[in-house]
Design a protein. Structure first.
Lengths: 128, 128
DNA sequence: CACGGCATTTACGTAAAAGTCAATTCGGTC
DNA sequence: GACCGAATTGACTTTTACGTAAATGCCGTG
């Protein structure tokens, strides 16, 4: 496991811009350490970036991603906070399950659409 | 099956604004018929709205949703078009499968996060 | 030490997807 | 025919998630 990654290394690995990474830092999603003014990203930052991009692909906003990231962190020490956190996690999971249903339905309709196309091709005497 | 729905009926049903529906019309996603200046939405429009909102929840942009909607339509009559359409559908499906993987991973991590919280609660002697 | 190349900061720009507001205009009804 | 509430239109505003440009810093190499 590498100790540090430079900003450009990560931009290449994840195919994002330096602007994007600095933006994520401004938003408090990652906190790379500094050597002088230069950002040094640790493996944990790298993992966070992976999670952020995953969240984006599913259609979460930066704020929602921030919330989710909080949930991955060490659980709080206080009972009330813990219970609140569990509630939040449950909500987020319900949200994800809804997305999954939406996704399955869309996939199903696309399956149907493709089938229609294939049938239509067959009617036209094209061998698929 | 009702013949027509008014704009406000639909805004209530789907919890969106009239502005949103008009925006979707401007974008060519729905084409309600008119009686004078009043929009009359048919069941097919209603179904489209359902699909649009589903697309939004999964994180598709209006343009992507427009593409998907095209795919639900009658398959084209020309062979080249048909083959292109099938290719597009396949791409979109791959895209959705990626989203599904992302989703499952996120769900798994949230499961873990919740478990950590529950354990922590147990340590603190709280009966869940 | 000059240079190329990556980094940084600051500031402004922008596209998407609506929200908001003001000014009409319809359709029904009293 | 006056009136009211719902609907429409157009213009302007807002938020999100960065892009882009300008000016400058830092550093290893030849």
């Amino acid at each position: 496991m590498r100790e540090y990654y430079s900003i450009t290394e990560l931009t290449r690995e994840f195919d994002i811009s330096t602007r994007t990474l600095r933006f994520y830092e401004d938003e408090g999603l990652v906190q790379p350490v500094r050597r002088g003014r230069t950002r040094l990203f640790r493996p944990s930052d790298r993992h966070l970036i992976r999670q952020i991009l995953r969240g984006k692909r599913i259609g979460f906003s930066i704020n929602e991603i921030r919330e989710i990231i909080q949930m991955y962190r060490e659980p709080p020490g206080e009972v009330g906070q813990l219970k609140l956190m569990i509630k939040r996690i449950e909500e987020k999971r319900e949200n994800l399950r809804q997305k999954r249903r939406d996704l399955e339905e869309t996939l199903a309709e696309l399956d149907q659409a493709e089938e229609s196309c294939v049938e239509r091709l067959a009617e036209l005497g094209v061998n698929t």
